[in-house]
Design a binder for this molecule. Structure first.
Ligand SMILES: Cc1cc2nc3c(=O)[nH]c(=O)nc-3n(C[C@H](O)[C@H](O)[C@H](O)COP(=O)(O)O)c2cc1C
Length: 174
């Protein structure tokens, strides 16, 4: 089996891509060989030993691309080490109640796959970059505006995740 791991992400505004890059960079630092791919560019997960999937919350749910990815690759992923990361504005205050809320928002995905770990991170909203409709939605939903990404927390999560990923070498298989 390949020792390569996959970090894949869905994103609308680009902030989750930034989180994915931080996770990828830390895993490389920890010695992993990895591919970092936009979710729609991933056709096959078989070559990977572990898959780390991330997406933001929009309108109270994980981006549909994440759920779709899990439905398509469910059987193969069930044989692999899988971790999720979720980016949301609910996490701009890291409390047990907010963590519970975010986990409830990704419940349909947790019904498909039980990940080894789930990173919950605050994201970023830049109203000036949103179309008028979404700007109004963000206002109506009282989504906090600004960049709340905590890169140190993201890096620390990736570092402890690295310790959980079991490296299977060809020698182990033989
Ligand atoms: C239109 C819109 C709706 C959002 N809805 C929610 C939401 O329901 N709950 C939440 O916690 N965050 C919500 N957010 C915040 C996003 O999860 C956060 O901005 C995230 O960083 C966006 O990721 P992206 O830049 O990769 O698309 C929303 C953001 C936008 C722009």
């Amino acid at each position: 089996m390949s020792q390569k791991i996959l970090v894949t992400y869905a994103s609308r505004g680009g902030s989750t891509q930034g989180v994915a890059h931080t996770i990828g960079a830390e895993l490389v630092k920890q010695g992993f060989d990895l591919d970092l791919r936009y979710i729609l560019d991933v056709k096959d997960v078989k070559p990977y030993q572990a898959v780390i999937l991330g997406a933001p919350i929009r309108m109270g749910r994980w981006l549909p691309e994440a759920q779709h990815f899990l439905s398509v690759h469910e059987k193969v992923l069930a044989q692999k080490q899988v971790a999720f990361f979720v980016v949301s504005m609910t996490m701009h205050e890291d409390t047990q109640a907010n963590r519970k809320k975010v986990l409830e928002m990704i419940a349909p995905s947790l019904n498909l796959i039980t990940p080894m770990d789930i990173g919950l991170f605050a994201g970023a909203v830049k109203p000036s970059k949103l179309k008028f409709f979404w700007r109004m939605i963000v206002k109506l939903m009282h989504v906090p505006e600004g960049d709340f990404r905590d890169y140190e927390a993201i890096r620390m999560w990736a570092e402890q995740l690295a310790g959980q990923i079991t490296v299977v070498t060809t020698e182990d298989v033989e």
